[in-house]
Design a protein around this ligand. Structure first.
Ligand code: SF4
Length: 344
């Protein structure tokens, strides 16, 4: 029996909903009505869109569906972090991590199934690339979890390199921040990148979201050995570009720096990092490394991280040690691998 795959409405922009309305013979204002049902009221069936005529709903239902799919599994950490697993692309699942913290509730979303950047320290990178997520897949992670309405922040720091799937990420940001969408302030959104330079520039030019750059080493050679992407997009060029933007007011810039014992955690390394970032309005997030199988990298001690942070602060570079969350459910940075349970 032939089955038609219906196209999801969730994740569409107002403009795209206008096209859908036209396609289904509805007036243009029906697009706004659909966006309210999708993003404000969050209905689960087209039939619930009661201010559209019955015949319009029927026409719409022929080719379209709402497209919100609940997570198929969840694992809760002892610290309250919850890792959600969604059906993904290429047979690989995708993950989103809910991180409650005092008055904040952050969701870390994925932008790709797997990743093609191949960072040596990352489980997602190891599993290779299995496909780009659509804007619907991204918005679904935000809408389909039980804590959706109480989220305060979204960070694009899950599986994948957001700048390697820029059109879908930009579309998801448009849905998140538009008055007809979820109406969030861009200040609640942070996009992380390894520094794919042209796409990063487009993101900076077309949105107002915060930016986090995964740096991890102040030395190009060393960074290239950890992150092959350094050979294509030099961190020096990334930083030169960032110097052209204003990060002193609405938008914030941060650098992610995972700390590895004996690799990038000496005071000399802190001095080199401070020199590299000199004069930039930014903060450095120092991140504890979570061991992954078959890796010779190990985490720096708390004392070393504290000394490193203090040294950066002495240089006038704001640095903080990021609290580690969800390690027991393999939900921490670099540990996402499309599995609901801890790696065996
Ligand atoms: Fe991809 Fe980020 Fe992992 Fe690097 S750290 S492989 S960019 S998901």
């Amino acid at each position: 029996m032939e089955t038609t795959i219906k196209k999801p409405l969730t994740g569409l922009t107002l403009e795209q909903l206008r096209n859908v309305a036209a396609e289904c013979g509805m007036p243009s204002f029906a697009a706004k009505q659909m966006s309210q049902w999708l993003y404000e009221k969050r209905v689960t069936s087209i039939d619930e869109m009661t201010n559209l005529s019955k015949s319009a709903r029927q026409r719409l239902s022929t080719d379209y569906c709402i497209g919100v799919t609940p997570p198929k599994a969840a694992a809760e950490s002892s610290d309250g972090t919850v890792k959600y697993l969604f059906d993904g692309k290429g047979g690989r699942d995708i993950e989103a991590v809910y991180i409650p913290d005092k008055d904040r509730a952050t969701l870390c979303v994925s932008s790709q199934a797997g990743c093609r950047m191949g960072c040596k320290f990352c489980m997602t990178g190891r599993q290779g690339f299995h496909g780009n997520l659509t804007a619907c897949d991204i918005i679904n992670q935000i809408i389909a979890i039980p804590q959706s309405r109480s989220l305060t922040n979204v960070v694009f720091m899950g599986m994948g390199e957001p700048m390697d799937n820029l059109p879908a990420v930009l579309q998801a940001i448009e849905v998140l921040t538009s008055p007809w969408g979820l109406a969030w302030s861009p200040k609640r959104i942070t996009v992380s990148t390894i520094g794919k330079i042209n796409e990063m520039k487009t993101l900076l030019d077309t949105t107002k979201v915060h930016l986090a750059v995964s740096l991890h080493s102040p030395y190009p050679e060393q960074r290239a050995s950890l992150m092959p992407v350094e050979r294509a997009y030099h961190s020096r060029d990334v930083i030169a570009l960032l110097r052209q933007y204003d990060f002193a007011h609405q938008r914030r810039l941060s650098f992610e720096y995972i700390m590895w014992r004996g690799v990038n955690d000496s005071l000399r390394d802190a001095d080199a990092l401070a020199r590299l970032l000199k004069g930039l309005d930014c903060r450095v997030n120092l991140i504890r490394f979570h061991a992954i199988p078959d890796s010779d990298l190990s985490t720096s001690s708390t004392d070393t991280m504290t000394a490193f942070r203090d040294r950066l602060n002495e240089h006038g570079v704001t640095a903080t040690i990021r609290a580690s969350r969800g390690e027991d459910i393999a939900a921490a940075c670099g540990m996402l691998a499309g599995k609901a349970r801890k790696e065996q």
